[in-house]
Structures are given as structure tokens and as C-alpha cells.
Design a protein around this ligand. Structure first.
Ligand SMILES: Cc1cc2nc3c(=O)[nH]c(=O)nc-3n(C[C@H](O)[C@H](O)[C@H](O)COP(=O)(O)OP(=O)(O)OC[C@H]3O[C@@H](n4cnc5c(N)ncnc54)[C@H](O)[C@@H]3O)c2cc1C
Length: 290
């Protein structure tokens, strides 16, 4: 199917992209095009104009300094997956990127496009929420703001971003020596999207878990924090028995809004959330291996 007609503009800078968005009603940005183009072809979106930010060098690349990994919004999943620096600073980020879609998707798709598309089944929202990432956003007149993931994701496909704002970078803390992080997903066999995904970050003092950040994706409209699981893990030794008991508490954290669709019923997703959390925690603590 062909996309409906639209005007096309290529922006040379973030400021120009913002100006073009402001001067063309119903216009949208295009980065890798792997989500926006299918939406156009399916007539789920009919923008009057597309503003191509794909050539803006300032939005590309990865830097690591002062305990922060800064990933430009236009950085592709493949660039993240293949970065030894990212692998060393926070292996879960590189691993999650490497598990997205297929090589074509990873080569074209960008981290910025992925988070702004805000698909509940995407991997980045879950992983970045568990890591307490920050989104750097630029608006008209050079105004910059930073948003926590909890202030960014809400309704599916509706991030809290104004029509004339550009996501410029994602910032993720480098893991400290006593932290472990892992992402596990039940991937849709055709697309790789997470039917259910779980990202875990645990802080250890010797054998004892002193803090846990546990987030589930694919189940409810926005990444869901599994607070009961976090509480159940904190202060405990991360034995298989304690991990299993804690993971089983996730059903209460997901509430009544669990997605049921063609791929998996709500009941199945709720059950798989516990399975994926357990899986991620056992990997993080090296009790099982891929
Ligand atoms: C076959 C297939 C399989 C996939 N499998 C997975 C998977 O397993 N896991 C997963 O997480 N994802 C998956 N995806 C999605 C993929 O990760 C895309 O990269 C991502 O959804 C969109 O990135 P993009 O750069 O292509 O964005 P685009 O399609 O160009 O844009 C997406 C949206 O974001 C907006 N946008 C883009 N960049 C910015 C910016 N910097 N600031 C503000 N707005 C912006 C656009 O206006 C648009 O609304 C899959 C996609 C396909 C086609």
C-alpha cells in the first residue's frame, strides 16, 4: 500500500526542524522511518508534511562521561548494540538494542524514534524506565528541558511531547560496580516486539539486595513499575527461591488494565510478567545463562 501524499522537508539542524514543524500544521518528524512509514501506509497517520531529521549530525552518537551514557536521538539500535563502551558501561542497554527486530530494523531504527513512537510493546521504554533514564528535549526558541520516563510515557503512542519539540538525546546512568541489570522478553516471533518484557536493575551489598528497579513492558499502556516485587527483593539474598517468590507478586502491580489481544490474552501476559522478571533476575545474578 502507498502512503498518502505529503510534503517533504529536510532539516539541516534541530532549530530548523522545530521551525518547520511550527510552520506546517499537522507535520511530523521522520528519523529512521520504521514506525512512521507503516503508520502512513495503514492510514493511521496523515501528516501534511514530513520533516526529515536523518541528516542532523548533532543528534547522532554516543558519549560516556561523568557516570552518564548520552545517546543522541538519531543513534541507531545497531550502533548501540555494537558499542563496546556501552556494553562495558551498562550491558543491558547494548543487549536490549541487539534484540530489537531484525538487522534491517536495527540498522535504520533510532532510539529517539522508538521512544517517541511510545509503543507499549517496544523494548526501550521498559529498559530506560528501569534505568531511570532522562530525555533531553528541545523546543522553540532553543528552550531545553529534561523529562523523566514517568513524565514522558502515558497513553500508548502518545508521549508527552509537544508537536514542535524534538527529542535530542537519551541519558542513562553508568552502572556502578555493585549493580546488575538484565532485560528479558517474550518476543513476538515475527517482529521481535515484546509481548511481555521485563527490565531489572539490582544493587547489591555482598549477597544482599539493597535496592531494586523492576519494570514490565508490553502488558499495560506504559512501562509498569513492579513496586511489590521491588519491595519483596529489597533486604533479601537473591536466591532462586526469593527471586521466584518476589516475581510472583507482579500481578498486583499490573492492575486491571492488562492488554489482551490477538497475540496473548491479559491472563497470559500477567503470568508471563512473573516469568520474565524471574528470568531477568536469574540472569542478572548469574544463576542461569543464555
Ligand atoms: C518489522 C519491525 C520490527 C520491529 N521490532 C521491534 C522490536 O523488537 N522492539 C522494538 O522496540 N521496536 C521494534 N520495531 C520498531 C523500531 O525499533 C523503530 O526503530 C522505532 O519504532 C522507530 O524508530 P525510527 O527511527 O524508525 O522512527 P520513525 O519511524 O522515523 O519515527 C517514529 C515516531 O517518532 C517521531 N520522532 C522520530 N524521531 C524523533 C525525535 N528525535 N524527536 C521527536 N520525535 C521523533 C516521528 O515523528 C514518529 O512519530 C520494529 C519495527 C519494525 C518495522
Amino acid at each position: 500500500m502507498y502512503a498518502p501524499e505529503f510534503d517533504y522537508y529536510k532539516a539541516g539542524s534541530v532549530a530548523e526542524a522545530i521551525e518547520l514543524l511550527g510552520s506546517h500544521e499537522d507535520s511530523k518528524l521522520i528519523a529512521g522511518g520504521h514506525s512512521i512509514l507503516p503508520l502512513l501506509k495503514l492510514r493511521f497517520a496523515r501528516p501534511s508534511a514530513l520533516v526529515d531529521i536523518g541528516g542532523i549530525a548533532d543528534l547522532k552518537g554516543i558519549t560516556i562521561s561523568n557516570g552518564t551514557i548520552r545517546i543522541g536521538a538519531l543513534t541507531t539500535h545497531w550502533e548501540i548494540a555494537s558499542s563496546h563502551d556501552v556494553e562495558h558501561a551498562c550491558g543491558m542497554v547494548a543487549e536490549a538494542a541487539g534484540g530489537i527486530g531484525d538487522p534491517q530494523v536495527r540498522n535504520r531504527g533510532t532510539i529517539g524514534g522508538n521512544v517517541v513512537h511510545a509503543d507499549p510493546a517496544s523494548d526501550w521504554p521498559t529498559v530506560l524506565t528501569a534505568l531511570d533514564a532522562k530525555f533531553n528535549i528541545q523546543g522553540p526558541g532553543g528552550a531545553n528541558r529534561s523529562a523523566a520516563t514517568g513524565d514522558f510515557f502515558g497513553d500508548p503512542f502518545e508521549p508527552k511531547l509537544a508537536a514542535n519539540e524534538v527529542l535530542t538525546a537519551v541519558e542513562v546512568p553508568v552502572l556502578s560496580a555493585n549493580q546488575r541489570a538484565e532485560y528479558a522478553k517474550m518476543a513476538h516471533p515475527a517482529s521481535g516486539y515484546a509481548v511481555v518484557g521485563a527490565a531489572v536493575v539490582v544493587t547489591l551489598d555482598g549477597e544482599t539486595c539493597t535496592a531494586a528497579s523492576i519494570v514490565v513492558g508490553g502488558c499495560v499502556p506504559a512501562p509498569a513499575r513492579a513496586s511489590s516485587v521491588e519491595r519483596a527483593l529489597t533486604g533479601k539474598t537473591l536466591t532462586e527461591e526469593n527471586i521466584t517468590a518476589a516475581a510472583n507478586q507482579v500481578a498486583g502491580d499490573l492492575g486491571d488494565n492488562v492488554i489482551g489481544d490477538f497475540y496473548a490474552s491479559a491472563e497470559y501476559r500477567r503470568a508471563m510478567a512473573a516469568v520474565e522478571i524471574r528470568h531477568a533476575l536469574l540472569h542478572a545474578t548469574e544463576q542461569v545463562h543464555h
